[in-house]
Design a protein around this ligand. Structure first.
Ligand SMILES: C[S@@+](CC[C@H](N)C(=O)[O-])C[C@H]1O[C@@H](n2cnc3c(N)ncnc32)[C@H](O)[C@@H]1O
Length: 249
């Protein structure tokens, strides 16, 4: 009797395990597909970088590893997932975009992330750039001015376990005074000028990467290094096109 009941339970458990395996197989295949598309995207970015003047020396290996880790398909709307690993910006709604992966790699590389760094990002958008940075530094603070995007990005980053990213709704022009000074600041929307509060919140020795220029003009991606308390050195890196930095200023 005992043997029959045990056999029956074993059979039921086996059937349940087989059902579970059958149900999770398509999901596993989908994830494997995304992982291989992501690996191809990283190779494509590395190859493209060697052809562009601003990145001819190639990107830091850790930056490329971070791009290979972050699941970009989780940061785009459902109907854009198929295109998530194409090297181009994609719409995330509200007139905004998730940046082109090559540009994310370039900006991350220029910010010269170190493991102990605290970084500010202005323009959370989908949260993707913040997630990439969090693979490389110890804390990322990110500010987004559009409320639904700020809420969605916060929930997404929490769901995906990016515990080192703290995000909030606000106008990033003014930085995030409570957590300053920052080792690096990455601005992912084009400003008409370099916001003075951001310069003030950069550590001596810190780097800021920011696109500057008008809405309908070619913008310049700038790398600003704070060499002393009141000294900065600015380099023009590349012509770029970003959505504008909005807000009161
Ligand atoms: C190109 S998208 C950023 C993409 C984002 N970094 C990502 O990884 O998805 C620029 C973002 O900057 C935001 N933004 C524009 N002006 C801002 C401001 N003053 N403060 C904070 N965010 C701002 C926009 O709403 C938009 O979400």
């Amino acid at each position: 009797m005992t043997t029959a009941r045990t056999t029956c339970r074993t059979t039921q458990a086996l059937a349940a395990a087989m059902l579970l395996a059958a149900a999770s197989a398509p999901a596993q295949q989908e994830e494997a597909g995304y992982a291989s598309a992501r690996a191809e995207m990283v190779q494509e970015i590395a190859a493209y970088a060697r052809t562009a003047q601003e990145s001819a020396e190639g990107f830091d290996q850790d930056v490329m590893r971070a791009l290979g880790e972050v699941p970009r398909h989780e940061f785009v709307p459902e109907d854009r997932k198929r295109s998530a690993y194409e090297n181009r910006p994609l719409s995330i709604g509200h007139g905004q975009t998730i940046s082109q992966p090559y540009i994310v790699a370039l900006m991350t590389h220029l910010s010269a992330p170190e493991p102990g760094d605290t970084v500010l990002e202005v323009g959370t958008g989908s949260g993707y750039q913040a997630a990439v940075l969090s693979e490389l530094v110890s804390s990322v603070y990110s500010i987004e001015i559009i409320e639904p995007l700020a809420n969605e990005a916060k929930a997404r980053l929490e769901r995906l376990g990016y515990d080192d990213v703290t995000s909030r709704l606000g106008d990033g022009y003014y930085g995030w005074e409570e957590h300053a000074p920052f080792d690096a600041i990455v601005v992912t929307a084009a400003a008409s000028h370099v916001p003075p509060p951001l310069i003030a919140q950069l550590k001596p020795g810190g780097r800021m990467v920011i696109p500057v220029g008008g809405r309908f003009l070619t913008q310049q991606l700038l790398l600003i290094e704070k060499t002393g308390d009141d000294e900065i050195v600015t380099r023009q890196i590349a012509a770029v096109r970003f959505v504008p930095l909005t807000g009161e200023r």
